[in-house]
Write a protein that binds this ligand. Sequence first.
Ligand SMILES: [Zn+2]
Length: 148
Amino acid sequence: MNPTQLYWIEPGAGAIAYARERIAGLSRDEAAPVIRELIANPPDDKRVKRCEYCGYPWRDDSLRNTKRTCSDECKTALKTLQRRRQRADKALLEGEGAPPKKRAKRHYYIWWLEYPFWLNEYEMLKRSWKYEVPYDPSKLEASQRRRI
Ligand SMILES: [Zn+2]
């Protein structure tokens, strides 16, 4: 197991397959020391690595020998762990990570002056669509006729 690991993680599928390969044909009593030795001192082989998630040795059979985890499950779990860490770090740096507070209309609309105005066009449009509804075309025609 990885010395920095604080809790027990089950070996991934790749690590299990590698260990099975190493103890093929041995009895249970013969296999135990082999497994113990394998976990403590993995063989000095470029292809044999420790899984970055579960921490058990496994053989990388990929073409470029660049895989970092023993199985897809370990890869998913590692990515989940990384995302959680990033989120936690972000929350730590940005306070509680609360969404920006919604501000009231009075913060953007200067109504108390002789000529009221908006401080922010976006805020104006965001609020005005609710009550500034264009007239129905038939109503417009009716009002035109009345004027003439
Ligand atoms: Zn693994």
